[in-house]
Design a protein around this ligand. Structure first.
Ligand code: SF4
Length: 405
C-alpha cells in the first residue's frame, strides 16, 4: 500500500531512541521484572526500588509491527496454545519458546520476578501463570475490586487496594532483600503524575482542527506513558511531546492541513499493529484520527498526589477501561465523539481480544442511533496478521469512505 510521506512530529525520533534504550536495558540490567501494563501500580514501585521493568505486551506490539508475530504465534500454537488465545499472549509465549532466534529489537532479558495487577483482562492470569511456570520465578500480585461505576466508587475500595499494594511491596522487599525508600516512591509517583498531566493536556489539544497529531503518533507516545512511567526521563519526554503538540495546535499545523482534513474519525479498539500504513491510507483521503478509545481510556486516566503515594497508586490500580463496565465505556465514547467533533467511527472487531471487542456491536448501534454518525466494523486482529484480509478490509474501507463524502 503506497501512502503519501508526511512530516511527523519530531518527538517520534526521541521516542524511538528511548525504546532502543529500554530494550537494551532489559537485557543488561538486573533485577528484571516482567511487568503488566494495564493500570499497574507496581511499575512505580519497581522504579523506586531500582528494578528494571520489561513489558511482554509492549514487546508483542514490537513483534507485530516487525511482522514477527506470525512465526511466534505459530510456535505457540505448536505448543498447544489455541488461536482463540490473545495474540499478544501467543506471540510472547512463542517468543519464549523460540530461544532468541534473531528477535526484533534484540529481544527482552529473562525475568527475575513478575509484577501483576488484577485490573486487567482475564487472559493475563493464565498467561502470567504460564510464564511463572516456565521461568520458575516469583509472581507478586495486586488484587483490586472491579469498578463498575467509577463515579460512585466506595472509599473502602481505595483502602483495600492500598493494603494490597503495601503487601506487594513487602513481598518484593523480601524476594529481593531490599528496603523501599518512601522518598523514592513519592518521587516515582510525582514523575508519573507529571507524565499523566502532560498526556491529558496532549489529548485535550487533539480537539483542535486540524488535529495536531495522528493516531500513530499517539500510539507511539503510549510507550512514554506506560513503559517510562515513574521516571524523570518519561516525565521530561512527555513534557516535550506536549510542547510540540501545543505549538502545532497554536500554528494550526496538523498531520493534514486544515483544508485537507475533511473527516475526523475515531478508531475503536487496538490498531492493526502490523499495518499502521492503513492510517496513512485514511490520511490520504482527508481523514484524521484525533482519538481512539485504546489511547484514551486505558492508561493515563488517574492523577496521583505524591504527598499520598499509596493512595495515588491505589486509585491508579482501580482506574482504566479494563476495570470498568461497558456502560461506562460507551458513555465516555459518546461524550468524546461530540467533544472531538468526530463524524465517523472505525470499529475493529478484534478476533483474539474479546475483552475489548465484546461490546463493539452494542457501541456501534448506540453511536449510530444516538449520534447519527456512520460506524464501519472491520474484522481483524491486533497482532496476528494471518487472520487479516487486506483485500476485504480495503473494499470495506473504500465503500465507507464513499458514504462519508
Ligand atoms: S486486553 Fe486484549 S490485547 Fe490486552 S492482553 Fe487482554 S486479550 Fe490481549
Amino acid at each position: 500500500m503506497e501512502t503519501k510521506k508526511r512530516e511527523r512530529p519530531s518527538f517520534n525520533k526521541a521516542i524511538g531512541g528511548a525504546m532502543k534504550q529500554h530494550y537494551s536495558d532489559t537485557r543488561t540490567r538486573k533485577p528484571l521484572a516482567y511487568t503488566l501494563m494495564s493500570s499497574n501500580p507496581l511499575i512505580e514501585v519497581a522504579c523506586a526500588a531500582g528494578i528494571q521493568t520489561a513489558f511482554p505486551e509492549n514487546y508483542a506490539c514490537v513483534c507485530a509491527a516487525r511482522h514477527a508475530s506470525p512465526k511466534y504465534c505459530a510456535k505457540a500454537e505448536a505448543h498447544h496454545y489455541t488461536q482463540d488465545i490473545c495474540s499478544y499472549c501467543r506471540s510472547n509465549l512463542g517468543y519464549t519458546h523460540s530461544h532468541n532466534d534473531d528477535p526484533p529489537n534484540g529481544g527482552i532479558g529473562d525475568p527475575d520476578l513478575f509484577l501483576m495487577t488484577s485490573s486487567a483482562c482475564s487472559h493475563y492470569f493464565k498467561w502470567w501463570d504460564t510464564l511463572k511456570e516456565i521461568h520458575q520465578k516469583p509472581l507478586v500480585f495486586v488484587n483490586t475490586p472491579r469498578v463498575m461505576d467509577p463515579l460512585n466508587m466506595p472509599d473502602f475500595y481505595v483502602d483495600f487496594a492500598q493494603e494490597e499494594i503495601k503487601a506487594a511491596i513487602s513481598q518484593i522487599e523480601s524476594i529481593l532483600n531490599i528496603t523501599l525508600s518512601p522518598e523514592k516512591l513519592a518521587q516515582a509517583v510525582r514523575h508519573s503524575d507529571k507524565t499523566v498531566d502532560y498526556w491529558q493536556k496532549v489529548l485535550a489539544l487533539q480537539k483542535s482542527v486540524p488535529a495536531p497529531l495522528g493516531l500513530s503518533d499517539l500510539s507511539n507516545a503510549l510507550f512514554v506513558l506506560i513503559v517510562m512511567a515513574g521516571t524523570r526521563e518519561g516525565a521530561t519526554l512527555m513534557e516535550k511531546i506536549y510542547h510540540e503538540t501545543s505549538q502545532r495546535a497554536a500554528e494550526g499545523k496538523g498531520i493534514l492541513r486544515r483544508d485537507e482534513e475533511k473527516h475526523r474519525l475515531l478508531w475503536l479498539n487496538i490498531p492493526f499493529w502490523y499495518n499502521l500504513k492503513i492510517l496513512g491510507y485514511f490520511e490520504d483521503r482527508g481523514c484524521a484520527f484525533p482519538i481512539s478509545d485504546y489511547c484514551q481510556y486505558i492508561w493515563g486516566v488517574t492523577r496521583m498526589d505524591s504527598q499520598h503515594p499509596l493512595e495515588g497508586l491505589a486509585r491508579k490500580a482501580l482506574g482504566g477501561e479494563l476495570n470498568t463496565s461497558l456502560d461506562d465505556h460507551i458513555q465516555k465514547l459518546i461524550t468524546d465523539i461530540e467533544a472531538y467533533h468526530i463524524d465517523g467511527v472505525i470499529a475493529h472487531s478484534n478476533r483474539s481480544c474479546r475483552v475489548l471487542s465484546v461490546g463493539v456491536l452494542d457501541a456501534a448501534s448506540i453511536i449510530r442511533e444516538k449520534l447519527n454518525i456512520p460506524v464501519l466494523i472491520l474484522d481483524g486482529d491486533h497482532a496476528d496478521e494471518r487472520v487479516y484480509s487486506e483485500a476485504e478490509t480495503m473494499t470495506r474501507i473504500d465503500t465507507f469512505l464513499e458514504m462519508l463524502e
